[in-house]
Design a protein around this ligand. Structure first.
Ligand SMILES: [Zn+2]
Length: 125
């Protein structure tokens, strides 16, 4: 158990030493008149940290817009699908496509999807 502890301290020390070295180089360059190098490096370092965070946020926003959670129009099974793609209902096997944030039954071109309407029969005299 105790054998891992000195290792961590060593890693922390080397990290601190690395940062101190960078700071020393920065101060040295700044005193020589190369402050813009330091600034550029710091901006680059900042971007290196900020860009992945922004990328992650954009990816999450994009996924939120693309992912659609709705129920299957055939069997009412709650499922998730990607907007603009086809998916198959895991419950009834119906092929569905996402349209306007809702699942719709996929109909090949040329097929007319009709809803059956109950018509009460009226006898003619
Ligand atoms: Zn279904």
């Amino acid at each position: 158990m105790n054998q891992k502890f000195p290792n961590q301290i060593l890693i922390n020390n080397s990290g601190l030493g690395c940062w101190l070295t960078l700071l020393l180089i920065g101060l040295l360059l700044g005193s020589v008149g190369l402050g813009w190098v330091v600034n550029g490096f710091l901006i680059l370092l900042g971007l290196l940290f900020i860009l992945p965070a922004i990328g992650l946020l954009v990816a999450r926003w994009w996924l939120k817009r693309r992912i659609v959670t709705d129920s299957c129009p055939v069997c009412q099974y709650q499922m998730t699908g990607f907007s603009g793609s086809q998916s198959q209902c895991p419950s009834c096997g119906e092929i569905l496509e996402v349209e306007g944030g809702k699942f719709k039954r996929y109909t090949p071109p040329g097929t007319i999807d009709v809803d059956a309407i109950d018509v009460s029969v009226k006898e003619l005299e």
